[in-house]
Design a protein around this ligand. Structure first.
Ligand SMILES: *[C@@H]1O[C@H](CO)[C@@H](O)[C@H](O)[C@H]1NC(C)=O
Ligand SMILES: *[C@@H]1O[C@H](CO)[C@@H](O)[C@H](O)[C@H]1NC(C)=O
Ligand SMILES: *[C@@H]1O[C@H](CO)[C@@H](O)[C@H](O)[C@H]1NC(C)=O
Ligand SMILES: *[C@@H]1O[C@H](CO)[C@@H](O)[C@H](O)[C@H]1NC(C)=O
Ligand SMILES: *[C@@H]1O[C@H](CO)[C@@H](O)[C@H](O)[C@H]1NC(C)=O
Ligand SMILES: *[C@@H]1O[C@H](CO)[C@@H](O)[C@H](O)[C@H]1NC(C)=O
Ligand SMILES: *[C@@H]1O[C@H](CO)[C@@H](O)[C@H](O)[C@H]1NC(C)=O
Ligand SMILES: *[C@@H]1O[C@H](CO)[C@@H](O)[C@H](O)[C@H]1NC(C)=O
Ligand SMILES: *[C@@H]1O[C@H](CO)[C@@H](O)[C@H](O)[C@H]1NC(C)=O
Length: 361
C-alpha cells in the first residue's frame, strides 16, 4: 500500500525512510542532504519518464519515494499504479520508469541508497509538459456597427500558453497585449471578418482557431451611372450598394415603383441590381431612382436614361476647317472608318503640301 501522511511534506521522505529502516536511527537528519541541486526531467504528457538511479554495491538498501509515498522499497512495489515499474538494465541500476506520464505525476522523486556507511539520496524533479490546446473560443457573432465586442479564447497547456489575436482579413494585424479576452470598442465595418486566436508554448506547435465577426451596417450606394440608349434597343441601368446584411433593391421611375413586367426586368444579385429595358421607347427616357435598404437603413440615388442619337463620325482636329470638303472625299472617309484618323490626316497633309509645292512652281 501507499503511505499517505498529512504531516509536513518536506519531512515526509525522511519519516518514510526511517520507517523503512533505511536511515540509521542515530543519524542526524541534517546529514541527509535534500537540498542538493535537483535534476529536472522534462517529459511530455503521455510519454514515458525514466528517473535514473545507480547503486554502488548490491548490498545497498534502496527505495524510490514520491512526494506522498513510497513507490518501491527494494524490489517490492508499494505503489498501486500499474504505470510504474523499475528499470534495471544492469545489476547496479535502480531507475524508475513511469509510463503515460500525466500532470499529477509532476513533482519531486527521491531515490534513496543506503550502504553500510552512508545514505545517499538522488532527487529528481519531474516536469510534465502539455502541448497548447484551445478549449473554448467565442462562437461566430453578428453585431451592429458601433457595438462593443469581446472575443474569448481559453487555452490549456503546460507551461501556460501565450494567447495572441490577429484580425485575418484584410491586414492580418496582430493585437498587442491581448490575452484570453479581445475587446473591440465601437466596432466598425472594416473590423468585420475572421479573427484568429493562437495559443503557443514551447512544447509543441501552436493551436489555432478562428471566429468570424459579422458587422451589420446600413447600405451606401457605391456605383450607379446614368447611361445613353438608342430607341428600339436594350438598356441596362446598374446600381451597386455596400451593406450588411445584403441589401434589398427597389427601382422607381419618377414616383412610380417599377417591377419586372411590360418589357422591364429587375435582377438582384447580392450587392447589385440591374434594371433591363428590353426595347427602349420615348417614355423610358428620364429619371430613375435606385433604392437600397436593409434592416439598418435605406438610401437612394437617382440616375438618368438619356436618349442616344445617331452618332456623328469622329473628326480629326486638324480637319475641322475643311469639314465639308473632307466628307465628300470617298477614300479619306474609308480610312477614318478603319480606325486610323492619324494616318488619314498625315496623308491629307502630304497631299496638300505637294499640291501647294506644285502650285508655287
Ligand atoms: C536549500 O537551499 C536554499 C537556497 O538554495 C537555502 O535557502 C536553504 O536554506 C537550503 N535548505 C537547507 C535545508 O539547506
Ligand atoms: C528546475 O526547474 C526549476 C523551475 O522549473 C528551476 O528553477 C531550476 O533551476 C531547475 N533546475 C535545474 C537543475 O535545471
Ligand atoms: C505521486 O504522488 C501523487 C500524489 O501526490 C500521485 O497522484 C501519483 O500517482 C504519484 N506518482 C507515482 C508515479 O506514483
Ligand atoms: C465556452 O465559453 C462560453 C462563454 O464564456 C460558455 O458559455 C461556454 O459554456 C463555454 N463552453 C465550454 C465547453 O466550456
Ligand atoms: C462601449 O464601451 C464604452 C466604454 O466602455 C462605453 O462608453 C459605451 O457606452 C459602450 N457602448 C455600447 C454600445 O455598449
Ligand atoms: C421595339 O418597339 C418598337 C415600337 O413599339 C417596335 O416597332 C420594335 O419592333 C420593337 N423592337 C423589338 C426588338 O422588339
Ligand atoms: C459586391 O460583392 C462582390 C462579390 O461578393 C464583391 O467583390 C464586391 O466587393 C462587393 N461590392 C461592395 C460594394 O460591397
Ligand atoms: C431625379 O429625381 C430625384 C428624386 O426624385 C431628384 O432628386 C433629382 O433631382 C432628379 N434628377 C433630375 C436630373 O431631374
Ligand atoms: C430618396 O431619399 C430622399 C432623402 O434622402 C427622400 O426624400 C426620397 O423620398 C427618396 N426617394 C425614394 C424613391 O425613396
Amino acid at each position: 500500500m501507499v503511505w499517505r501522511l498529512q504531516s509536513d511534506r518536506n519531512q515526509l521522505p525522511l519519516l518514510l525512510l526511517r520507517l523503512l529502516c533505511l536511515l540509521p536511527t542515530g543519524l542526524p537528519v541534517r546529514s541527509v542532504d535534500f537540498n542538493r541541486s535537483t535534476d529536472n526531467i522534462t517529459v511530455r504528457q503521455g510519454d514515458t519518464a525514466v528517473l535514473r538511479c545507480y547503486i554502488e554495491d548490491r548490498s545497498s538498501k534502496v527505495a524510490w519515494l514520491n512526494r506522498s509515498g513510497i513507490i518501491f522499497a527494494g524490489q517490492d512495489k508499494w505503489s498501486l499504479d500499474p504505470r510504474v515499474e523499475l528499470d534495471k538494465r544492469s545489476v547496479l541500476e535502480y531507475s524508475l520508469r513511469i509510463q503515460k506520464v500525466d500532470v499529477y505525476d509532476e513533482g519531486p522523486y527521491t531515490c534513496s541508497v543506503q550502504t553500510q556507511h552512508h545514505t545517499k539520496t538522488t532527487q529528481v524533479y519531474l516536469i510534465v509538459q502539455v502541448p497548447p490546446k484551445i478549449s473554448n473560443i467565442s462562437a461566430d457573432i453578428t453585431v451592429n456597427e458601433g457595438s462593443n465586442v469581446t472575443l474569448v479564447c481559453i487555452a490549456n497547456g503546460r507551461p501556460d500558453p501565450i494567447i495572441t489575436w490577429r484580425h485575418l482579413n484584410p491586414t492580418a494585424r496582430e493585437f498587442e497585449g491581448e490575452e484570453e479576452f479581445l475587446d473591440i470598442q465601437g466596432i466598425t465595418r472594416e473590423q468585420s471578418g475572421k479573427y484568429e486566436c493562437k495559443a503557443a508554448n514551447e512544447v509543441a506547435s501552436a493551436d489555432v482557431k478562428q471566429v468570424r465577426v459579422t458587422v451589420n451596417y446600413p447600405p451606401i450606394i457605391t456605383e450607379s451611372k446614368s447611361i445613353e440608349a438608342f430607341a428600339g434597343k436594350q438598356a441596362y441601368l446598374r446600381c451597386e450598394a455596400s451593406a450588411e446584411p445584403k441589401p434589398d433593391f427597389e427601382w422607381y421611375k419618377d414616383d412610380t415603383r417599377l417591377s419586372s413586367a411590360q418589357g422591364l426586368e429587375i435582377k438582384n444579385m447580392g450587392n447589385r441590381s440591374t434594371l433591363m429595358v428590353a426595347n427602349v421607347t420615348e417614355e423610358h427616357y428620364g429619371n430613375y431612382t435606385c433604392v437600397a435598404a436593409n434592416k439598418l437603413g435605406v438610401t437612394n440615388t437617382s440616375l438618368y436614361l438619356y436618349k442616344r442619337v445617331i452618332p456623328t463620325k469622329p473628326i480629326p482636329a486638324s480637319e475641322r476647317g475643311s469639314n465639308a470638303h473632307f466628307k465628300h472625299k470617298g477614300p479619306g472617309t474609308a480610312i477614318v472608318d478603319n480606325g486610323s484618323p492619324n494616318l488619314a490626316a498625315s496623308i491629307w497633309l502630304m497631299v496638300t503640301s505637294l499640291l501647294s509645292l506644285i502650285c508655287k512652281c
